[in-house]
Write a protein that binds this ligand. Structure first.
Ligand code: AHR
Length: 682
């Protein structure tokens, strides 16, 4: 039996168990006095009479990092790889500026491809390709196969653009002069692996200076492994840079936009906030690799591309403007992270010894850079930086509330001195911004303690905690935040995930996270924000497992853990209702929470059964008024080792139904399950 068929059996069992539970629950709902099971029901009493304890309305969000080809080759919809000829051997040893490109000739055409940096488009974008055409034949061009092939769909349009400069005509030395008005053309063509055309357009340009040329190609058929060819029929030499191909059909049809299917799956999480752009990516591999937000805005050919610390390249085509725009598009608050003026402690493979700080002489400029970010996001369109946002397409401010400084940095004197300078400058210039500090990569230990010491000393609003631990750790630490001092900083649990030994995204790991999340809700007065990490991973290009969503060029596959995040985020509330579980078999097996959404007055009950037995429960809603008899009921259940394999035909997903409820009702929590019961009121 292969792995797939094993899974089907597991899902089959899960489904049977689920149907069985529904029958039992229906019976109980109709006649609550019937004692049906061997176990006596455990009583859960919820006090719904008073407004509950206020909990953060922003609690559940997402963390996006350009890791695992999440941005380039992933969410960022650009289809050409190495579009700006900036790949370097320092990123991958067999890379160079011409990686992913090859010369193609048609008929008797002859040509060669080279790289130059003599007269670049922009200093931030130093390299470009030079195509020398010795003999035209039926055309000479360059070809790019994208990120593992270019996916095109019949009838859809693709926006092609590039910068081109006619260097010489006829021959390199001694060719004739080029007139300012002299016209040239290129053909931009989509073709399959065998060279069969799928669509093309003509791009026109003139003179001998850099010019942008753009057009649209309509695909005549669907193809998952297409190539883009840029073809000339002029003998001579041309320089090419920022050769780009975008689907017209991006998320919300945005130019320079996001891959629609992937963005839609992220949007369906209904995140309340998005933390970006990292992670370790932010503090970078060495000081020169820190993520500097100003390098990521403005025209794409002026952005400064750089190595991605995860072993590849970042075009920053998905830059700060696009991140903020995405947040706005999905109704999530932006939580940008800026480096705390130190690089990653693991820079240069130094195993924790590689942290360096910006020289003190550079700090004034760096602090200004951070302050400028606030003006860029929130300033009026006539402020210096607000004008740049407006020019990019957003005259209205983005409404930045949170700003994280640092990412799980090693807490050293070098860090502390710089962090204090940035945090104090922000507090003085922008008291309206909630600054998020950092307390290291672990749930305890020296960085955690020193990070908290600084937070207490500076009276920081929020600190960012990170931890990746086995499922049992989460179950054993449910009460972690019960003990936190409410007079101190609040917490952003910026990165967490339950890690199985083999790093697979099992139902067991998802349920451990779910149980923990019920307690994040209980502590939603001190835990202000929380996000699972990491979010995205491209198959075949994954540096970190597990991730919430896996994808390739054509498909997107949410894990079981994704559905847990979605169930919590889509069913969050802003009041926590006190609840107690009386003695009974379910104690120790069931984690639960009850929240109210003050807008709708819905009461939302979440029940996580981590045990291998179903548990009968008697639920009492004291003081709840005008409860409607039918609740919305979602259940995620199956074998604890179930995994949504990439090719699974029947992935494990929540099942939705209705449930008869009242002020007192019975419920059977299936073995290994998360149940979400949304109780509506009149
Ligand atoms: O989420 C993956 C990585 O884990 C992040 O980049 C880093 O902050 C943490 O170590």
């Amino acid at each position: 039996m292969n792995r797939n068929s094993t899974l089907c059996v597991n899902f089959g069992r899960a489904a049977t168990q689920f149907v069985f539970s529904i029958i039992i629950v229906a019976a109980i709902a109709a006649e609550p006095t019937i004692a049906w099971a061997a176990h006596p029901a455990s009583r859960i009493s919820i006090d719904a009479s008073e407004p509950g304890k206020p909990i953060s309305p922003d609690l559940f969000g997402i963390f996006f990092e350009d890791l695992n080809y999440a941005a380039d080759g992933g969410l960022f919809a650009e289809l050409v790889q190495n579009r700006s000829f900036e790949y370097q051997a320092t990123e991958q040893k067999d890379w160079n500026p011409l990686t992913c490109w090859e010369v193609v000739t048609y008929g008797k055409g002859r040509g060669s491809l080279d790289v130059d940096a003599g007269r670049p488009l922009h200093l931030n974008n130093p390299h470009y390709a030079v195509l020398d055409v010795a003999e035209v034949g039926d055309g000479v061009g360059i070809r790019n196969a994208g990120f593992d092939g270019i996916v095109v769909r019949e009838g859809e349009t693709y926006d092609v653009s590039l910068f081109v400069r006619q260097l010489y005509v006829d021959r390199r030395w001694g060719g004739r002069p080029i007139g300012d008005e002299e016209e040239f053309s290129l053909i931009a063509r989509l073709e399959d692996k065998q060279g069969e055309p799928i669509g093309e357009t003509t791009l026109r340009y003139s003179g001998s200076d850099w010019l942008r040329a753009a057009g649209e190609i309509t695909a005549s058929r669907s193809e998952n492994d297409a190539r883009l060819v840029i073809l000339t029929k002029t003998q001579g030499g041309i320089a090419l840079d920022v050769v780009s191909l975008f689907p017209g059909n991006t998320f919300r049809n945005r130019p320079n936009g996001l891959r629609r299917d992937l963005a839609e799956v992220i949007a369906a999480l209904k995140p309340h906030f998005v933390r970006f752009p990292g992670g370790c990516l932010v503090h970078g591999n060495g000081l020169s690799n820190m993520y500097r937000w100003k390098d990521t805005i403005g025209p794409i050919h002026e952005r400064r591309e750089q190595a991605n610390l995860w072993g590849y390249h970042q075009t920053v085509g998905l830059g700060y403007y696009e991140y903020f725009r995405f947040c706005e598009d999905i109704g999530a608050k932006p939580v940008p992270v800026v480096p705390a003026a130190v690089c990653c402690q693991n820079s240069g493979y130094t195993a924790g010894m590689g942290q360096e700080g910006l020289p003190m002489a550079a700090m004034a400029d760096y602090i200004q850079e951070v302050l400028d970010l606030v003006e860029w996001a929130n300033g009026t369109a006539d402020s210096e930086w607000g004008a740049k946002r407006a020019e990019a397409g957003n005259p209205e401010p983005f409404g930045l509330e949170y700003l994280a400084v640092g990412n799980e940095d090693h807490i050293t004197p070098v860090f502390e001195e710089r962090f204090r300078m940035i945090a104090e400058a922000l507090a003085e210039a922008h008291p309206e911004i909630t600054v998020i500090g950092t307390v290291g990569p672990f749930p305890d230990g020296p960085d955690y303690e020193q990070g908290w010491r600084i937070a207490n000393a500076l009276r920081l609003a929020i600190v960012d905690e990170h931890y990746y631990r086995p499922p049992d750790w989460f179950l054993e630490n449910l009460s972690r935040y019960d003990r936190y001092d409410r007079a101190k900083s609040q917490v952003y649990l910026g990165e967490y995930a339950a890690h199985e030994r083999d790093r697979r995204s099992t139902l067991r790991s998802a349920l451990a996270e779910a149980a923990y999340m019920t307690h994040l809700e209980r502590n939603g007065d001190i835990v202000r924000l929380a996000s699972y990490a990491p979010l995205l991973a491209k198959r075949g290009h994954t540096q970190w497992n597990p991730d919430l969503i896996y994808f390739n060029n054509t498909d997107v596959r949410p894990t079981i853990n994704y559905y847990v995040q979605q169930l919590f985020s889509a069913n969050s509330g802003d009041e926590y209702l006190t609840g107690e579980m009386a003695e009974g078999d379910a104690v120790g097996s069931i984690a639960f929470s009850a929240v109210r959404d003050s807008q709708t007055q819905d009461i939302i009950l979440k029940l996580v059964n981590n045990s291998g037995e179903s548990h009968p429960l008697q639920i009492e809603l004291a003081g709840a008024e005008q409860i409607l008899p039918t609740a919305t009921w979602q259940v995620l259940t199956g074998s604890p080792l179930a995994v949504n394999e990439f090719d699974a035909r029947e992935p494990l997903t929540p099942q939705e139904s209705q449930l008869a409820v009242g002020e007192s009702f019975s419920y059977e929590a299936p073995a290994h399950s998360l149940s979400v019961i949304r109780i509506h009121t009149q």
